[in-house]
Design a protein around this ligand. Sequence first.
Ligand code: MRU
Length: 370
Amino acid sequence: MADHEARVVPVLRWEELPEGPVVVLLDQTRLPHEEIEFICTDVPALVGAIRSLTVRGAPLLGIAGAYGVALAATRGFDVEEAAGQLAGARPTAVNLAHGVQRVLDAYRRATAADGDMQRAAAAALAEARALHREDADASGRMAAAGAGLLRELLPGGGYRILTHCNTGRLVSGGEGTAFAVVHAVHRAGELRRLWVDETRPLLQGARLTAYEAARAGMAYTLLTDGAAGSLFAAGEVDAVLIGADRITADGSVANKVGSYPLAVLARYHHVPFIVVAPLTTVDQATEEGSAIEVEQRSGHEVTEVAPGMSVAPLGAQAYNPAFDVTPPELVTALVTEAGVVSPVTAAGLAELCSVSPAGTSRTGNGMMNA
Ligand code: MRU
């Protein structure tokens, strides 16, 4: 069996076992070498899985949080407490808090309506399933909008795209965000090469994006994060495509650490820097990038190449922010399921958020079409 024909293990699923419902995750810490599922029977297990990056990536964190609230409701745990624990598991990706809140609201509405706990649990599960479906749908729309944008910006195809972290099927109910766009141009025969940043320190690029690119049969090349500069200088990058964990009202983009340096490089080398994210990643309540809480992770992720395998002197201190923030002026375009914003401005973003996700629009430079 060719690599790209390999079976697809669901990234996240709800399963009703005789002993009760569970949330089953594809354990992303074991990829690419092992496809092992991790079963969450309770909320602390799911919170632990979120913190350890067993399940990860902004849209999927939202879906996981949503099913976590449904799990608490269905199993008769304290739903309010569970929601608080889930929403606080990781701070930067706003999708997590959004997914948790959406299902909690549905649960509260159902509880207030007639007090029937079984019906409230069913309402919570239905809402989580709806979010999951909507994310898959958003992924398809982003893929089409992003591919269209690439063709507009860079007519002729043959794209050499640089990406960072992991933004594919592993982060989504569908084919992902930035990677879904890459997939669309690959299917159309327009992808010449996918440059995959390894994405230190947890190697989401090397472990996960390379795994997804290989399965899709793409021509891809892995590089260390520090090699990106020489790749730009050699004229080998036509566009940068990344996802996002939170986009504030002014259009600032929090994404995996290492994204901001790519935006600076892209601007210097006159290469489009495109962010692809669903509207669930937009946080209109936070005005600007400096207000985003950036998750700080253990220094061991930097000082060790694998748990217990240190590469630094004993006691070395490490700076390990999980994300960085790119200012809107460095972002060529933001692609969402509701359309494209370019240039990225607070007004353009607000306008996009006010249109129905079912329609598509193009804001900026006076363009707007249904
Ligand atoms: O720490 P992670 O692996 O959860 O970080 C994920 C990213 O930064 C992705 O690039 C981001 O979630 C966008 S994917 C839609």
